[in-house]
Design a protein around this ligand. Structure first.
Ligand code: FUC
Length: 796
């Protein structure tokens, strides 16, 4: 273990005991409740406990007599090519001159109403959106019935340090336990029902599916199979559950359920799939029967113990790469009570913050593993036929936010589905670029997409955002910055980025006001009029072309690097300070100081961008503060989460912490899911990312240690954070100042580290030897070796 060897090294060097890095043992990483979740949609949303293996998810209600595991599989969507008039969001016929006319109006009139842009460039609302675009679906419910009417000692829990959920209670003098996990190793959801006395398990198992599909249910040899097709688009689905009993008897019932009587123990293995394939334009692959059958066959041959061992080892390999200790003390209370009491006891608050941080990482591992689709607006969990915003992929902040914590919290693999998905939008996106805008090269996507290549327009005035592709592409490059993996850059990120930049090379317009390149029409997402060169559009494009140039230089694509340079020379960077000291949201100085909209998109340059920082551009940072203060700290779940990141980047730890507290108090449900409202998972990921930004930043080429530490986190320890430049960082701090910084470098470049610790002399050690370094104010600089470990301690 890398971390452990560093701690050992530290202990030897300092000859004082070093706190153990394992910060979160036992109950600290457990969500628990003393009652089941009510068996209603609201109970699902606020109290069910999620498990997932990326492709599949399930939520545990924990009813004693009637247990319910509502489950999902990422590819079960309505809409798409199975619907006769599916159009990918493209226009049904050409609209010659429509774009030019809108552009001309913006130039002549300064601004155009969103309704007018919708009328000329948007989709006609001739078809209900859900029918064509579709929505993510609940796969079904695994229902378990038990004969227990009386019970005591009830507990329902989710241990996020192991990725395992549990329900336990006593009934009739017998202790019963149910354990659940979703394993990426074996592609299944697994359950074990056990008792502390033999022969006590009697239960019925069945699978229920929603009404919007055909279905047949059969049971044979303890195997329940439910299969059919979605009504609207004919997408074929199948789910199978194997019921295996130890002792007692098992009966297959004619209605497709399976009964067990008098068993010592029962194991359930559940798999699900569809004939979806992420393959434009048909998006269909093989019938799921064979794959689902083989998956369940293979998994049920293993014992519960082996399945669990394989799962926990795999899960911990990811989750265990990091630990965070803020000195929290978790009270022995159910998690909903701890949440309700947040703000009353600082040590309990810190324990909840640690849990909430870990929970964001848990949810990302559970909803995004290689080989499947990325996490959607609800991760992988959805109970409804018509979920909020289709539980889709919103591309104007939400999917991006889902992946904010992937690299920084040492979960790089979880971003693979994101990269694959963005790549898959290029093919349909090229058609959209050509058909809507007559652009010959490159691709475009708009404000939201589905799993069927929807890259075209929307039928709502709030939604026109052709900059989506640029933001997505830039995020692929940021991933490269962490890993410095040139293969990934050459094969995955750069082709997408270049394609996107090509679209913009054709789509950018010259602003007659000043001759600068601008997006036109251009709008700050979901707010205000369409103008030329809204700040967010320009900031995104600045970052895209800056990154494309850097990537092109790295890979030796000189011509394209030169093209990107040319664009950057003329591009409006989208950074202006307006008449009330604000950072302008539009190119013209028209910001309303009373506007409190949740989208604060012109802060893009602060986060995830890098043009604005108190360290490099103090005037712009001051203007960003003015704007953020005017917008207030209110907002939906994800909005508060983004604001944690903004204030961390503004190096104001106390304000970031206040936003985190606001999020916990007002935008977090009893099961710790983020709520917009309703439940929307981006806020969980955004908050974990924001807490990380408070502890470590690396976007300016310096590993900035504890840049925005709040007063409430004066002592603590973190390990396994990742910084750009392929560094892994651990810090132990006291009274707000590091007493130790641990670094592991994956490449041999020189590294720059910033910390107030360097105001006094320090030693840098590697393998027991002193490493020469220089300091310049708070910045320490030293040469590194590939794969080496470094320890920075005060020189005493
Ligand atoms: C955008 C946001 C909403 C919500 C939705 C999924 O429309 O403005 O707040 O996040 O996406």
């Amino acid at each position: 273990m890398r971390r452990r060897s560093l701690v050992v090294l530290a202990a030897i060097l300092m000859t004082v005991p070093v706190p153990v890095a394992e910060a979160n043992p036992g109950r600290d990483m457990v969500l628990w409740y003393d009652e089941p979740a009510p068996d209603t949609n609201q109970g699902w949303e606020t109290r069910s406990l999620p498990i997932g293996n990326g492709a599949m998810g399930a939520t545990i209600f924990g009813g004693v007599q009637a247990e319910r595991l509502q489950f999902n599989e990422k590819t079960l969507w309505t809409g798409g090519p199975g619907v006769s008039d599916y159009n990918f969001g493209n226009w049904s016929e050409p609209r010659p001159g429509a774009l030019d006319a809108i552009r001309q109006r913006v130039i002549n009139e300064g601004q155009v109403k969103p309704e007018d842009v919708l009328a000329s460039l948007g989709l006609k609302s001739d078809t209900p959106r859900h029918r064509r675009f579709g929505a993510y679906q609940s796969f079904g419910d695994l229902r378990l019935a038990f004969p227990h009417t009386e019970f005591t000692d009830y507990r329902r829990e989710l241990d996020i340090s192991r990725g395992v959920a549990k329900v336990s209670y006593r009934s009739g003098g017998v202790g019963y336990t149910r354990e659940y996990f979703a394993t990426a190793q074996d592609d299944v959801v697994v359950a074990r029902i056990s008792a502390d006395q033999p022969g006590k398990i009697t239960m019925d198992t069945r699978i229920q599916v929603p009404a919007n599909r055909t279905s047949t249910a059969t049971a044979g040899d303890g195997r329940i199979t439910v299969a059919g097709a979605l009504a609207g688009n004919g997408l074929r689905y199948e789910t199978q559950a194997q019921v295996n009993n130890h002792g007692g008897t098992r009966t297959d019932n004619a209605d497709g359920s399976v009964s067990v009587t008098g068993a010592n123990e029962v194991m359930l293995v559940l798999a699900a799939g569809t004939d979806y394939a992420n393959d434009y334009p048909k998006y269909r692959g093989e019938d799921p029967h064979k794959r689902v059958t083989q998956t369940v066959n293979a998994a049920q041959r293993r014992s519960f113990g082996i399945l669990q061992y394989r799962h926990v080892a795999d899960y911990r390999e990811l989750f265990g790469r990091m630990s965070l200790n803020l000195g929290g003390r978790m009270p022995d209370l159910p998690t909903d009570d701890v949440l309700a009491a947040y703000g009353k006891d600082a040590a309990a608050d810190r324990a909840l913050e640690q849990l909430f941080f870990g929970y964001g990482r848990y949810l990302l591992i559970a909803s995004s593993r290689p080989g499947s689709l990325p996490a959607n607006l609800q991760g992988v969990w959805n109970v409804l036929e018509a979920p909020p915003w289709q539980a889709d992929y919103h591309l104007n902040i939400n999917i991006q936010m889902n992946y904010f914590p992937a690299d920084t919290t040492n979960l790089a693999e979880t971003a693979e589905p994101f990269a694959a998905y963005v790549d898959s939008l290029r093919e349909p996106g090229r058609v959209t670029a050509r058909e809507m805008y007559g652009v010959k090269q490159g691709w475009v996507a708009h404000h939201a997409s589905n799993i069927y290549g929807w890259t075209g327009a929307w039928d709502h005035p709030a939604y026109f955002f052709p900059e989506s592709g640029a933001w997505l592409s830039e995020q692929l490059y940021d991933h490269y910055r962490f890993t410095l993996d040139k293969r990934y850059l050459a094969r995955q990120a750069y082709p997408v980025m270049k394609d996107t930049a090509q679209f913009w090379l054709e789509f950018l317009q010259t602003d007659p006001r000043d001759g600068k390149f601008v997006a036109l029409p251009s709008r700050s997402p979901e707010i205000g009029p369409h103008t030329a060169g809204a700040s967010m559009s320009q900031q995104i494009l600045w970052l895209l072309f800056t990154d494309v140039r850097e990537a092109a230089e790295t890979l030796g694509d000189k011509d394209f690097a030169a093209k990107a340079s040319e664009v950057l020379g003329k591009l409006d960077p989208g950074l202006r300070v307006g008449n009330w000291g604000q950072l302008q949201e539009w190119k013209a100085d028209i910001d309303d100081p009373n506007e409190t909209h949740r989208h604060v998109s012109h802060m893009f340059a602060l986060h995830p961008g890098k043009q604005i920082s108190p360290r490099t551009t103090p005037e712009l940072a001051a203007a960003a503060k003015v704007s953020l203060n005017a917008r207030t700290d209110a907002g939906t779940g994800w909005s508060k989460a983004w604001k944690i990141n903004f204030w961390a980047r503004l190096l104001d730890g106390d304000r970031a912490h206040k936003l985190l507290a606001d999020q916990l108090k007002t935008s977090t449900l009893p099961n710790l899911w983020d709520t917009h409202p309703p439940f929307q998972i981006d806020g969980n990921f955004g908050a974990t990312a924001g807490m990380t930004e408070m502890l470590l930043q690396s976007h300016l080429g310096v590993v900035d240690v504890l840049p925005a530490l709040p007063a409430g986190w004066s002592d603590g320890q973190v390990d396994g954070l990742r910084g750009r430049g392929d560094v892994t960082v651990g810090v132990t701090w006291k009274s707000g100042v590091p007493t130790q910084i641990r670094l592991e470098t994956g490449n041999g470049d020189a590294v720059k580290v910033r910390s107030s610790m360097f105001r006094n002399a320090v030693h840098v050690f590697s393998e027991g030897r002193l490493v020469p370094h220089t300091t310049d104010g708070d910045v320490l600089n030293f040469a590194t070796r590939n794969g080496a470990e470094y320890l920075i301690v005060p020189a005493r």
